[in-house]
Ligand binder design. Structure first.
Ligand code: SF4
Length: 115
């Protein structure tokens, strides 16, 4: 990690991708725009700063899941929990999600969510 961070243009996100995906070393959790958005929607963090979000995720996600977690959340963000109009009707996490911008819900407190 320390050596990667000395390279021009490389910050923790890129270093975590290289270490996790190429070297299979879990030194941190990748926080890109999808992980940022979905971690907040799922209340895994209340922070807005990527480094603080990463610290929150590292506290609650078991280390042996850090690499896979990022890939799963990034794909979830590309396919279902998209930024502008999440496809909540297709989401397997819908019943545990209390995001303010949900578009559909089975949960009473979100019954006014509109697709
Ligand atoms: S229910 Fe909607 S907002 Fe919540 S995680 Fe699923 S797609 Fe995202």
């Amino acid at each position: 990690m320390e050596k990667l961070l000395t390279l021009p243009g490389v910050a923790r996100k890129t270093a975590n991708v290289v270490l996790g995906t190429w070297f299979r070393k879990a030194e941190g959790v990748v926080v890109d725009t999808h992980v940022h958005r979905i971690s907040r929607r799922l209340e895994l963090t209340t922070n807005d700063d990527p480094q603080k979000i990463e610290q929150d995720l590292m506290r609650i996600i078991p280390r042996d899941r850090w690499i896979l977690f990022s890939h799963q959340i990034i794909w979830h963000g590309r396919r279902v929990c998209i930024a502008r109009k999440p496809k909540c009707v297709d989401c397997p996490l819908e019943n545990i999600c209390h995001a303010a911008d949900k578009t559909w819900s089975t949960v009473d407190m979100h019954k006014n969510a509109k697709a």
